[in-house]
Design a protein around this ligand. Sequence first.
Ligand SMILES: C[S@@+](CC[C@H](N)C(=O)[O-])C[C@H]1O[C@@H](n2cnc3c(N)ncnc32)[C@H](O)[C@@H]1O
Length: 183
Amino acid sequence: MRALDLVHDTIKKYIKPGDICVDATMGRGYDTSYLSELVGEKGKVISFDIQQSALDSTRQLLKDRGQSNCELILDSHENMCKYVEEDSVSCILFNLGYLPSGNHNIYTHAKSTIKAIEAGLKLLKKDGIMCVSIYYGGDSGYEERDELLPYLRNMDDGKYQVIMASFYNWKNDPPIPVFITKV
Ligand SMILES: C[S@@+](CC[C@H](N)C(=O)[O-])C[C@H]1O[C@@H](n2cnc3c(N)ncnc32)[C@H](O)[C@@H]1O
């Protein structure tokens, strides 16, 4: 099983047609497209990335797939509260790291990721889910992982449930999918 399959299978239980979802790291648009399918024509996906090439690829993917319920925003996910109403979102996805087939020097960083997680928790509905997939390895991502893991472990257990999945016997820098719900 890929991390992506685990994430997609898990989040679909939390999303119904007509819902609003956020893709905090749009990249090439595959997660945005998956969310778009789940929320359907009456729903909406709001997606963020700081790179124009991510928006261009995503726009093309959505066009090819005939999906028109997504708003693509060129801004850091830290600022998502400017664009999305509080307590309105069923699912927020973070897929950390760099843009596949893009510039490896532009990637997510713990400080802004943590600000974005905190912003996202304000937007998330009581019965919603946030998923943060921590990708690291090769030339980047270790520092972000090392700051994020203690942050996640220390989240208030009176307010949030944090579940982490482990690819336990995978030797080379396995991704870490983390699921956060409100209690
Ligand atoms: C691993 S990719 C995401 C892959 C994507 N989910 C997909 O389906 O193709 C990570 C993305 O996060 C973006 N990113 C980095 N820092 C960001 C920030 N502060 N706000 C929003 N996106 C950011 C990168 O530009 C990159 O496109």
